[in-house]
Design a protein around this ligand. Structure first.
Ligand SMILES: Cc1cc2nc3c(=O)[nH]c(=O)nc-3n(C[C@H](O)[C@H](O)[C@H](O)COP(=O)(O)OP(=O)(O)OC[C@H]3O[C@@H](n4cnc5c(N)ncnc54)[C@H](O)[C@@H]3O)c2cc1C
Length: 419
């Protein structure tokens, strides 16, 4: 394990030293939901978010049935569903040998048999607005955490650069929910185990018309080209899958090639591929997948993408981040109320979440290698093997992909003592 070498702070004048019980770094889905659950129990919680708002381009926009059930437990589901969103109940895959119903969420026993597609910024605004109702909650936007405070081998809080200088937060527990490029993970000296998914994603926008005949979240594939479309109401967010490291080759072929490929796979948008005029409209997202062998050390816990970066296959990252937050709150709230957290409490969180994480990552690797990589490299249409088609007709089997998308490996619920 890498040893943490503290950054010299002598030249940093700390404007204020703040005290809290739980300091959460990162206001993504994991951090925001954990903060809400703890604040509801009167635990002093400080949520530090580097950005000034929750608008972010590189974000997923899915709220899965698992999260809706958690919102329902909190009495928030109906209000959440009043925000602009679309609902997807069925996921199909267009293969060269026909259309296959991959996951039908209507088969599930849940009040919410659909994936809610909603701007993540709205979801995070909603959660943090709700948390603000509790006096023990504090949100600091524009707080760039850069240092972990450690005393006698125990994490005791962080230092962050705020709008007008440096601040120190002293805490009983520090939670790193700061995403795939986690600063806290680095500061703690944790090295993730990485697997390299065989693809990268080009990420760009095309305009959207109300009359577009495509539903909320769509996936298309043709001759090795795979495109995901997310309805962001004002525009289409397009994810164009390319082989890992294939960006330079694509660029050398010219933008017109990309426009043509896009029009070929999504003919409904052919009339506006010309909106792509220069490469700077297009971002390249290096797809990653990794997990930490250890998610904690005394006084410090990592959750969500900071502990395990998910590949985009199946769109499960948000769901898993929120499930981590719920498990952390279930296990820690009663301890934090007394201002004590033992390392074994943190270990228990990893223990509960590690198997579901490893299982879903293994499933993603399988899909990536067996289906996506082959199709992308060979530039062929995805073909679903006859055995898979047969299995997906069996009632007991065909419900499994829907369950996995909806709930992950296990359903996670907020414990009664937190309600
Ligand atoms: C382009 C893209 C599309 C995706 N699509 C989907 C999808 O459709 N469905 C799905 O489920 N998942 C999707 N994902 C994955 C999903 O977004 C993540 O798994 C999920 O957001 C993880 O939540 P999190 O709370 O752990 O971290 P994040 O959402 O990454 O939040 C981390 C937060 O920490 C803040 N932060 C970082 N460093 C610091 C610091 N030093 N100090 C203070 N704050 C800091 C960041 O600003 C950020 O707000 C997608 C990911 C990408 C990149």
């Amino acid at each position: 394990m890498q040893q943490h070498i503290p950054t010299p702070t002598e030249e940093r004048t700390i404007k204020e030293v703040q005290q809290t019980t739980c300091c959460i770094v990162g206001g993504g889905p994991a951090g925001a939901v954990l903060a809400l659950l703890l604040a509801r129990k009167g635990i002093a919680v400080m949520l530090l978010e580097a950005h000034m708002d929750f608008e972010r381009e590189f974000r997923g926009d899915t709220v899965h049935p698992s999260t809706m059930e958690i919102m329902d437990q909190l009495g928030l589901a109906d209000r959440l569903l009043q925000l602009p969103h679309t609902e997807m109940g069925q996921f199909t895959i267009q293969a060269s040998n026909g259309t296959l119903p991959l996951a039908n969420l209507n088969l599930l026993h849940t009040r919410f048999p659909f994936v809610t597609v909603m701007a993540q910024s709205r979801f995070l605004d909603f959660i943090t607005e709700e948390a603000r109702r509790y006096p023990s909650f504090q949100l600091v936007m524009g707080a760039q955490v850069d240092e972990l405070i450690e005393k006698d081998g125990v994490a005791r809080g962080v230092r962050y650069r705020g709008q007008d200088g440096w601040y120190e937060v002293q805490a009983v527990l520090t939670v790193g929910a700061d995403g795939r490029f986690s600063r806290l993970r680095k500061l703690a000296g944790f090295e993730p185990i990485k697997t390299s998914p065989p693809m990268d994603i080009l990420w760009f926008r095309l305009s959207r018309k109300e009359s577009d005949p495509i539903s909320g979240l769509g996936g298309r594939q043709k001759q090795g080209i795979i495109v995901a479309l997310i309805n962001r109401f004002d525009y289409w967010q397009v994810g164009f899958v390319i082989p890992k490291g294939g960006y330079q080759e694509l660029r050398a072929q010219g933008l017109e090639q990309l426009r043509q490929k896009l029009a070929q796979v999504v003919p409904e948008l052919a009339d506006r591929v010309d909106e792509l005029k220069e490469w700077k409209q297009i971002s390249v997202l290096a797809v990653e997948s990794s997990r930490l062998p250890r998610w904690y050390r005394p006084g410090l816990l990592l959750i969500g993408d900071a502990a395990h970066v998910m590949s985009p296959v199946g769109g499960v990252g948000i769901n898993y981040a929120i499930q981590d937050a719920v498990v952390a709150a279930n296990r820690l709230a009663s301890k934090l109320q007394f201002g004590i957290v033992q390392t074994r409490d943190l270990a228990a969180i990893q223990k509960e979440r590690e198997l579901p994480t490893r299982a879903i990552q293994a499933f993603q690797v399988l899909i990536q290698q067996a289906i996506l990589a082959r199709a992308i490299q060979a530039k062929t249409n995805i073909a679903i093997p006859a055995s898979v088609r047969y299995l997906l007709r069996l009632p007991l089997i065909r419900v499994l992909p829907a369950r996995l998308i909806a709930f992950g490996l296990r359903r996670v619920r907020i414990s009664q003592q937190l309600l």
